[in-house]
Design a protein around this ligand. Sequence first.
Ligand SMILES: N[C@@H](CCC(=O)N[C@@H](CS)C(=O)NCC(=O)O)C(=O)O
Length: 244
Amino acid sequence: MIKLYQFPISHYSEKARWALAYKGLPYQKVNLLPGLHSKTTTRLAKRSSVPILQHEQNIIQNSSDIIDYLDQHFSERPLTPVDPAARAQALEWENYVDKELGPHVRRLCYFTLLDHPRLCISLLGHQGPWYGKLFLRLIFPKLRKLMYHYLKISPESVAESEQQVRQALAKLNQAWRHSGYLVGDQFSRADLAAAALLAPLCAPSQYGIPWPKHYPQPLDSLCQQLSPQLQRVRELYRLHRPDS
Ligand SMILES: N[C@@H](CCC(=O)N[C@@H](CS)C(=O)NCC(=O)O)C(=O)O
């Protein structure tokens, strides 16, 4: 049985969920609670981050390593192109969005969410342990401070992140214009990574989180403004993201 240690809210976890769903692989989700997760994750792997995949004796941490592993062990519906040049291109896109997009989307979201404890707790504690939301309520002021520190949230960094997300969206949309896919004319891990890491800005239902109808401000305005540039993300979800 495959197990995925994850946070339902995490967009890097969503990369792994999407890869598993795309391949039609059954798996068990182990939903950890942010703040208490590192007890479990550091017992399993080197770093504290999720996602972590457990399969037979193997433990794989890091979303791109998880996609590598799944393609190596479950070759049907590959996400990594076979042609070496296309493969290199897909990995380059994935590395770009992992490093230059994911952290900025996350910072923009938490900048708003951390000012709205009820909503934030309902997302962070979604489908976690029974005591999760109570625990998060009790530690929220401390958690908020820690997350501000961990995500390096400040007015300057938030402005910079908005700029980075706009730039990345322009670059992705330029590339998507040719065939609708980042590499050749087929869906690959490049599209999966870009769409999963942008998903919190357009709240697709397949992500599996009870998104609010509208985010509080200023995140809602930003999402409204970016909505036309997120069109391909919504399409990729519709075309290639099965429910899981
Ligand atoms: N490069 C990693 C990034 C994973 C990551 O940043 N995970 C966050 C959640 S979105 C996390 O686990 N943060 C808590 C921690 O690092 O302890 C990947 O692709 O898996």
